[in-house]
Design a protein around this ligand. Structure first.
Ligand code: SAM
Length: 241
């Protein structure tokens, strides 16, 4: 089963990065299918206008609903044998997490709608949430200029979970955010660099002790950097009182 991804944007060039590296190889291997559409192809005026001033006043421009309607009608008709999930990136959406990435990796078709300016006319979200499964997803609590970078991040996180995309499936299991703990620190050759030594246990060849050490490191790191990820009560274990 392949994952089909369609992206609607006014900057198709932004998405060229998806042709590189692992996701590029996944496309060439037929595990992933990516189609990028220029929103301006669905305008009808000489200037290929996609935005206008906001009703009610205020700063900035808003994306007009008509080109979005035409573009999404077109794109959603492209793969009748698949079930689309429409993803609209936005700083006001549900947080995109590893769990969400797993969910989306199980779908057969993701359609991304990249907003720009002050965003897309709200009626577009209303209209399509009645027609397909629609998720507004946020990368985090900060504001980007457009949805393209969010789509790159989400597509990369989702794409690497598609079976076969990452050669060694085991490398997916021990990662940060997979099981509620951050990843342990990793080292490679040389064993000594600028007077800094690789932790001796890793050179010991004792598999059991390595596993133990790594697990302890994961807990320690998570407690230090992301106590919010630990169950209540565990985050401050070890501190006095
Ligand atoms: N006026 C909007 C607001 O305050 O919610 C922000 C619009 S932002 C400048 C333009 C576009 O960037 C959004 O429509 C969305 O596509 C994208 N974007 C910005 N921040 C994002 C985030 N944290 N996660 C996902 N997409 C984001």
């Amino acid at each position: 089963a392949t994952l089909r991804i369609d992206v609607v944007t006014i900057f198709p060039e932004y998405l060229r990065a998806l042709d590189l590296s692992l996701l590029g190889k996944a496309q060439r291997d037929g595990l992933l299918e990516v189609h990028v559409h220029d929103l301006r192809d669905f305008t009808h005026d000489r200037h290929r206008t996609v935005d206008d001033t906001p009703y009610g006043g205020g700063a900035g421009m808003v994306m007009r609903p008509e080109p979005w309607g035409e573009a999404l009608d077109h794109v959603l008709g492209l793969a009748p044998d698949r079930t689309p999930t429409l993803v609209v990136p936005g700083p006001g959406g549900d947080r995109f997490t590893q769990q969400r990435a797993h969910e989306l990796a199980g779908r057969d078709w993701l359609v991304f709608a990249c907003g720009r300016y002050e965003g897309i006319d709200e009626r577009v979200v209303e209209e399509y949430s009645e027609r397909v499964e629609l998720q507004v997803l946020s990368l985090g609590d900060y504001v980007l200029n457009g949805g393209e970078v969010a789509v790159l991040a989400m597509t990369e996180a989702v794409g690497r979970l598609v079976p076969g995309v990452v050669g060694n499936a085991e490398s997916l299991v021990e990662e940060s955010h997979e099981d509620g703990l951050l990843e342990y620190p990793v080292y490679t050759k040389p064993a000594s660099w600028r007077g800094r030594e690789v932790p001796p246990v890793l050179l010991s060849g004792h598999h059991g002790r390595v596993t133990e050490w790594r697990h302890a490191q994961r807990i320690e790191r998570t407690r230090a950097r992301r106590p919010d990820m630990l169950p209540h009560g565990q985050a401050d274990r070890g501190s006095p009182g």
